[in-house]
Every structure is written in structure tokens, then in C-alpha cells.
Design a protein around this ligand. Sequence first.
Ligand code: AMP
Length: 427
Amino acid sequence: MTFRDLNLSNPLWNAIDDIGFSKPTTIQQKGFSVIMSGRDVQGIAQTGTGKTLAYLLPLLKLWTFNKNRHAQILIIVPTRELTVQVAEEAEKLGKYLNIIVRAVYGGTNLKSQAYEVAEGVDILIGTPGRILDLGYHGSLNLKAVKRLVIDEVDEMLALGFRSQLKHILDLLPQKRQNLVFSATINSEVEALIGEYFDNPEKIEAAPSGSPLSNINQAMYRVPNFNTKVNLLEFLLEHSPAMTKILLFVSTKALADELYGKISAAYPDNTGIIHSNKDQNFRFNAVNRFQDGTFRLLIATDIIARGLDIEDVSHVINFDLPDEPHNYIHRIGRTGRADKKGEAISLVGDLDLDWLDSIQEFMDFRIAVLPLPNEVFISDELTEAELPKINMKTFLVNCPKLRMTPVLFMKKRTKTKKKILKSTTKTK
Ligand code: AMP
């Protein structure tokens, strides 16, 4: 099947030819006619399956010019980076259509985005908070929305956007088509869909939870943080095939700590991205990773959602995420669009529980690689790795240690004196 077999139009076929895609992916094939029929759709698709194009293509085909230029298509996504990415894809596809695409997201000037939106917009892509702000501000008229896409809805709910989503849904016209995309379906996703959508038709790219077959997964058992750092340095030094590495850690603090260590050895080609960094820094980091300046980008889960970076050769999980579906998202940053990818996890003692639930979720066992002999096994533990009981005792005893000797001495002296006295008396 080629894109010519889909009932598109010349402007769309020409745009696809310019991009260079030849065959629609599974989700694009499955989704096209259902979305064209006007039905509500629930798409289950992991990142890397081509799901963005799967909804953009039929939506652009269904779009009709209206001189009012109030948004007809609203696409809600969880992160700022994804907003920009989806907008870029919509711009490329809509290149030969007279269509205005706008991206709105927090962390940037509300007034200038309000001005742009008020100027006119056909497709609006944004994060929930900023869409609401613009709606309340009055610059964004949501009453013309005919088609709504909620992309990565599972992630949006996990991030706590539930009430913002509901407020947006309340501002939209009742009569509209809804498309909800999610990598995983859980009870919260089902509840939202059940409440707001009209018996959506399910289309699925791959069974929920199954990793993409073109990603090779492996893991090392590593005892602790410092040994993980040693292993990472070894891999960076000895693996020329690791050309573009996206490395995940669970917390911002850990990302900063690791960045401090690795960038000391590789100052020019290591980047970091997490939600405490300002928006320009974040875009910059992604761009420099994208264009190959950075060989290694250290990231937290929230930033990584939906990021589409070409040719990521390796995803390294410096630790394992506490949600199995986040593991699927992390590794989905490599092996995109039918390319081969490698995912390597450094599994420490603290990760073992997560490892079990991830393997159970995927119904797949990750191959264990032997730790290279050259890697120095450190026995120095970080604060988080120290046994909890020792930590408590240490903290509780600390202040006493400084106070006790003086009091103790005094008491003992008194007692001694008393004893002496009594001894004297008796004598
Ligand atoms: P997505 O799952 O939407 O994030 O897309 C993953 C990647 O696949 C993006 O880089 C898309 O540009 C690319 N892609 C989407 N559709 C196709 C296609 N039909 N053929 C080849 N690559 C595609």
C-alpha cells in the first residue's frame, strides 16, 4: 500500500512526496478511513509508530477553509517540546494548503501567543494550561472547534492534567469529532473516554505494552550508582557505535549530578534537559542533540515524552522508571520509523522491583550482558543507597554526641562527690 491508495488530495500527496515518505505505517493505514468517517476514535499507538501523521493526514483532508480563522482543529499534547514537534509536522503536511498552524505552550510570553492566536488560526496545538489561559483570556475562541485530538492522554492524566482537560472539554462545542491517542490504556484513560466521548472506535498499532520489535533490549546488573557511572564512562569511551545517546534518569537532581560528572570528561558533547531548565535552554539542548553537537543528552522522563529525535542510536536507562509504560516510552526514542535501535538499562539493586514489573508488563525478559572486566566496581555508596536504619541512627545520635560529654561529666562528678561524702560519713 502507498499513500496514493489513501483518498488524499494533490496538496497532501505533494507534501508527503516532499517529506519523502512512501508507505503509510500500520496506524496510518488503519486510522485513515475511520477518522475520515467522522467517528470518535481511540488510538492505541506507541511513539515511533507514525501516530502523529495518522491523525494529521485525515484531519487535514477534512479541513475546509473558513474566513473567520477560528481554530477548527485543536490538538492537546502533554509537553512543550511535543507541541512544537506536532506543529512542525502539521506545517510540513499543510505546506500546499492555505492553513495557519499555531503552537502554544507555557513558559513563554502569554501576550504574544494571545496576539498570534487572535490574528487567526486553523490548527491549534498546545499544552492544556496554556490553551486554558488563552481561552479565559478571550483571545482564543474555542467555539469553532470541529475536531479535537488528545495526544498521549495517558501521560497527560499521569501528569495531573485531568481537571484542566475537563475544563477545556467544557469550553468546546458539544458537536465535534474526538480522537484520543495513548500508548497505554488504564482505568483513568477509560474513565475519561467513557465520560466525554461517543463510543470511540479502537485502532491499535501494536498491543498495549509490547515493545517495538526493532529495538534490541539489554541490561547490565550494576551494584550501585558509582559503578553505574564507571560503566557509563567505559561505554562512552569504548563504543563508537553509540553515536547519539539519550540517557534517562528518574529525577532532576540525579540528572544534574550525572551531568556534572560526565560533562567534566566530555564538556562539548554532553547535554542535559529537564523541567527546571528554562524553555530556551530546553529547545537549545534538543536542537544540539538533534544536529549531532551533543553525543549524549541526559534527560528525565517528563521531557522525553513524545520527543522525536532522528537517529538516536542508543537509549540508556541509567535507572529504571517506576512506571512500566515509561520504560516503553523511553526506549521508543530509538528504533523510530523502522530503523534499528538499542536500549540498554543499568539495573542497580534499587531498580530490581521496577525490573520485575517492566518485564511482566512487556511479557518479555531483557537479556543480561556481563559487566566488562575493565569496569571498576566501586563500593562507595550514595546517600540514597545507604541502608536506611544506619542513616536514622546516625542522624538521631549526632546532636547528642556533642552535648552528652559535658552533662555526663558533671553528673558523674556530682555522683562521685556524693559517693565520697557518703563514704566519709560512714567512715
Ligand atoms: P510518531 O510516532 O508520530 O512520533 O512518528 C515517528 C517518526 O516516524 C517521525 O519521525 C515521523 O516523521 C516518522 N514517520 C511517520 N510516518 C512515516 C511513514 N509513513 N514512513 C516513514 N516515516 C514516518
